[in-house]
Design a protein around this ligand. Sequence first.
Ligand SMILES: C[S@@+](CC[C@H](N)C(=O)[O-])C[C@H]1O[C@@H](n2cnc3c(N)ncnc32)[C@H](O)[C@@H]1O
Length: 248
Amino acid sequence: MSANPEFWHQRYTQQVRWTLAARRYIFDKIGVRPSQRILEVGCGSGAVLESLIKDGFSNAIGLDIDYAALRLAISEIVTNADALKVPFARNSFDISLCHFLLLWVADPLKVLKEMARVTRPGGWVIALAEPDYGGRIDFPEELIQLGKAQSQSLQDQGADVFTGCKLKGLFTDCGLQNIQSGIISAEWHRDFDQAEFDLEWSVLRKDLEGKMSSEELERYYKIDLEASRQGRRVLFVPIFYAFGRVPE
Ligand SMILES: C[S@@+](CC[C@H](N)C(=O)[O-])C[C@H]1O[C@@H](n2cnc3c(N)ncnc32)[C@H](O)[C@@H]1O
């Protein structure tokens, strides 16, 4: 992230668009009110916080370990801190949430326990989006190897690419109650979106640089572009969510 914060902010904003309906569904389901105190752990450049504020949740703040990423976020509402040692007292928040964080931390259970600690009894801990690359679908099938190479690259970068499947168990181990977990639904539109395609490929190129030859990468690019333009391309990575209540 530190290498190019503006690029990653663009990517995170795109991911927030993908998960917006699920976030609104979860907030409706547990009855989050605009005045409630919300903490986002691992907020990066603030894409989720921006979306929360736009939706009227004005009491939302965030923390992240990456100072360079935070420079792009609204400075008054973010703190530079480690999710494994959240610098807030017990019962400081009504809701604590994270979005594409747990796959990147060495001890996701410890992070959830920290989130539960700073959330009031009866409040909620929410993991809004954690992918599971084990369930990835690529079509046409010539692109399956490209998907596998990207998953391997994420693992090499330190991610647990199977976090999605583990989410419900992590919430259980954390001692949370009334746990609900699911997968964010996906849909594909016939219209080809060049900007979305280019952004996806910028991420792919970053992930696969040095992992395969540029000729091989260009071959995959052409297959992907043609299939996408023809409306045949399917890329699906299941994104899990989970939420659970802090015991009273
Ligand atoms: C994929 S980004 C997601 C950012 C943001 N949640 C979003 O969705 O826009 C993951 C973020 O987690 C942060 N992160 C990773 N390990 C962390 C830790 N131990 N404590 C705090 N933040 C951490 C990274 O710095 C990065 O900004």
